[in-house]
Design a binder for this molecule. Structure first.
Ligand code: SF4
Length: 762
């Protein structure tokens, strides 16, 4: 299926920018909030973003300075996310009466998002063409009826997006487990699941081990597969601080992203008016999926130099804290340079420059994001990054460690709260002790398994606490069919998105209170908590009135669903929603690291969760050590004339939310239907820059047969990307990826390892 709506021709292509932020970022932030929220109200609202008594930015999960805040603690893209939520536009009953589902399906993602906040609960009855209003009581009764009609609780799945607060997430997983299933897929399954799996096996904790201060005090920072200028913009301030403290920065990415070249800090006069700060010292333009080879090359150089007596490795750390070093060393030494250079696309001389920086540093941090986690061998990528750090003892000491950078504001906290289809036994036992019921012991479905189970008719009810499941997943056709197989789909959301248009036989669209909005409950105004990318738990206080009188907090919605569905429950769902302190009391008893949660968070405002690797160099792996892991070089077979494609996000986009069709840093204006490609590859195809093509993906099934999928009408854009590689925007090209194309072990869709061919349009 191709989206007809966005085949526009008004594209304007300019040279990519050489620096990020500065005056354009300030103007963009101001224009967004003032046009969507109001010229005075909008900028005023931004002053509450990420403040100690303000609201947590609903954008990414980048941390704020612990116990310190500047007047402006937001970036351009945070301002866009806030403006988007606090918009004065409303998608109300009239809007839905005037627009059929079929009409809405023909509109672009941006158009859907531009319609504003969903104003009241809506139902799409079976066989109907339009959503119609429904009362909250009727909606909850319908959900309870459908859930209780299932022959097994495993016929329902309960998805969560990373916006959900700790309190709502804890209550949701508690309800789901008392209902009787661990079917708790979440957006982590699509992004950092590979990090969690890899780090869990390697160092015994599935999270990062550094603080903001560590990042600013590191001597070397390696940034793998990440574009912070667009996806975590305030990270650039931390990189700038690190540079000013003398750090060297190495970037590893097929694209030399603008944000990592030079940063003009909008909070500094010299940043706005001056030259800004050069960030990266060395850029390694790795081929797509060449990371394993590249990291093995870096490890090989460190080992070779140590063998030559340069005193590079931290043998004391390796001896005291690591397992498997000798096998790892032998594997690295046995990996030929020819293979490393061929598969990574980076010459040894370039790798030597990066190794010089590693060798000159006593404190090194490695950061990464989706460019590492969404490959078939994503877990290998991350384990090798960790092993690279371990060689020099860069774990569990100030200024050093691993830093997976999370994409959505509370995605890490939701997992901490138990949103996990594979819960650890300790969590289930703690729930049993605290709530006196036996949670289901068998693992549930992750996002990919959920989609397949819906398609196979095994899951009949889907409840989505936020997110855009249909659009975020690969294989849109299969997902749409799976959703259509369901008896009921429930979407809890603030804004309209495409997942609300691909529904079960009956569908509910339930409007949620936004992060920026005041949460009134019977005991008074409530606040919630979130956990950022570096394991700091902080509060979030809504500041503006709710979008309409009908929107409901996610906590209250979950409690109402639970109360209706489980009338004999021993849990006081209503009481917990009346006063969120009660939820935090339970969290304190069930979730490790949250003892005295209410008191601590009230007294301290925010606190860092324990991190055994960072705090004590303690590795809770089966070996009780940090594990070196050997990974062979494997390449994806790319037939002659084909390319390896990765999907990327634009600067005017947050996950699946598209704000505009522009991508300022890459110089693209007016269209998202582009393929970034090396100029020599365009010439080799006998085509011209700017020419239109169809993209055809080639997927070799386990039986050897090749499955083809086509996305039509894209424009070639000559770009600095390695030969043989192309890039295009997520999520438009997701349908090129079959559901079965996933990362080993983590089951994360392989959005960044797609074999494609490009075909000139007639
Ligand atoms: S860096 Fe992320 S969390 Fe911080 S303001 Fe920007 S979008 Fe929001």
């Amino acid at each position: 299926m191709t989206d007809k709506f966005s085949k526009e021709n008004r594209i304007d292509i300019r040279a990519p920018k050489e620096w990020a932020a500065g005056i354009p970022a300030v103007l963009s932030a101001y224009t967004n909030v003032s046009s969507k929220v109001g010229a005075i109200k909008g900028p005023k609202l931004l002053l509450d973003a990420n403040q100690l008594n303000g609201f947590d930015c609903p954008g990414c999960a980048w941390p704020d300075p612990l116990h310190e805040r500047a007047t402006f603690e937001f970036c351009e893209n945070g301002a866009k996310a806030i403006a988007d939520e606090a918009t004065s536009e409303r998608a109300d009953a009239n809007f839905f009466a005037n627009h059929s589902i079929e009409f809405l399906k023909q509109q672009s993602d941006k158009w859907l998002n531009d319609q504003g906040r969903i104003a009241q609960p809506m139902r799409l009855a079976e066989g109907q063409s339009h959503y119609r209003p429904i009362s909250w009581d009727e909606a909850f009764a319908l959900i309870a009826k459908q859930l209780n009609a299932l022959s097994s609780p495993h016929q329902a799945a309960f998805y969560t997006s990373g916006r959900t607060s700790n309190e709502a997430a804890f209550l949701y997983q508690l309800f789901v487990r008392q209902f009787g299933t661990n079917n708790l897929p979440d957006c982590s399954n699509m992004c950092h699941e590979s990090s969690g799996v890899a780090l869990g096996e390697t160092i015994g904790i599935g999270k990062g081990t550094v603080t903001l201060k560590d990042l600013e005090n590191a001597e070397a920072i390696f940034v793998f597969g990440q574009n912070p200028g667009s996806n975590h913009p305030r990270m650039l301030s931390s990189l700038q601080a690190a540079k000013r403290n003398g750090a060297k920065i190495v970037t590893i990415n097929p694209l030399d992203e603008t944000g990592l070249k030079r940063f003009k800090n909008p909070q500094e006069v010299s940043g706005v008016l001056g030259e800004g700060t050069a960030l990266r010292d060395v850029h390694l333009a790795v081929k797509i999926n060449g990371d394993v080879a590249l990291i093995k090359g870096l490890c090989k150089l460190l080992i070779e130099r140590d063998n030559q007596g340069q005193n590079v490795l931290d043998h004391n750390f390796i001896k005291a804290h690591c397992h498997g070093f000798e096998e790892f060393k032998a594997d690295i030494e046995g990996t030929p340079w020819l293979d490393i250079e061929f598969q990574s696309g980076v010459e040894r001389g370039q790798l030597e420059l990066a190794a010089d920086i590693a060798c000159g540093s006593k404190k090194t941090i490695a950061c990464w994001a989706m460019g590492m986690t969404q490959h078939k061998n994503a877990v290998a990528n991350i384990q090798l990054i960790t092993n690279f750090l371990m060689l020099q003892g860069n774990l569990g000491k100030p200024g050093a460690g691993v830093c997976p950078v999370r994409g959505h504001s509370n995605v890490q906290g939701d997992r901490t709260m138990g949103i996990w289809e594979k819960p650890p036994q300790s969590l289930l036992d703690a729930i049993q002790t605290e709530f006196a019921f036996t949670p289901p012991q068998e693992h549930g479905v992750d996002a990919v398994e959920c989609a397949q189970a819906m398609y196979d008719g095994k899951i009949k009810v889907l409840i989505a606490l936020g997110g855009n499941f249909y659009r975020a997943m690969p294989d849109h056709d299969l997902i749409a069919k799976g959703l259509a197989n369901c008896n009921l789909t429930v979407q809890i959301a603030t804004k309209l998105n495409r997942s609300h248009l691909h529904t079960g036989r009956t569908a509910l669209l339930l409007p949620a209170l936004g992060r920026t909005e005041i949460d009134h409950q019977p005991s008074g105004i409530q606040w919630v908590t979130v956990e950022n990318s570096m394991g700091v738990v902080q509060t979030s206080h809504g500041k503006i009135p709710p979008a309409t009188k009908h929107v409901m907090s996610e906590v209250r919605m979950v409690a109402n669903i639970a109360e209706q569905t489980l009338p004999d429950s021993n849990i006081d769902w209503r009481g917990l929603a009346d006063n969120y302190h009660g939820i935090r009391e339970h969290i304190g008893k069930v979730i490790p690291g949250f003892a005295d949660f209410n008191q601590r968070i009230i007294d301290e405002g925010e606190f860092a969760l324990p991190n055994p690797v960072r705090d004590q160099r303690q590795f809770n792996t089966p070996t009780q050590k940090a594990n070196f892991v050997c990974h062979p070089l494997r390449s994806i077979a790319v037939p002659d004339g084909c390319f390896l494609m990765m999907s990327i996000r634009s600067h005017d986009q947050f996950n699946t939310t598209v704000y505009t069709d522009n991508d300022r840093y890459r110089g693209i204006y007016g269209s998202r239907r582009v393929v970034f490609i090396n100029a020599e590859d365009i010439a080799a195809l006998g085509l011209q820059d700017g020419e239109k093509v169809d993209i055809k993906s080639h997927w070799q099934q386990p039986n050897g047969e090749v499955e083809y999928r086509i996305e039509e009408d894209y424009r070639l854009v000559s770009f600095a990307i390695p030969k043989g590689n192309v890039a295009s925007y997520y999520p438009e090209t997701n349908n090129l990826i079959p559901l079965a194309s996933v990362a080993d072990k983590s089951n994360t869709p392989a959005y960044k390892s797609i074999v494609v061919s490009l075909h000139q349009r007639d």
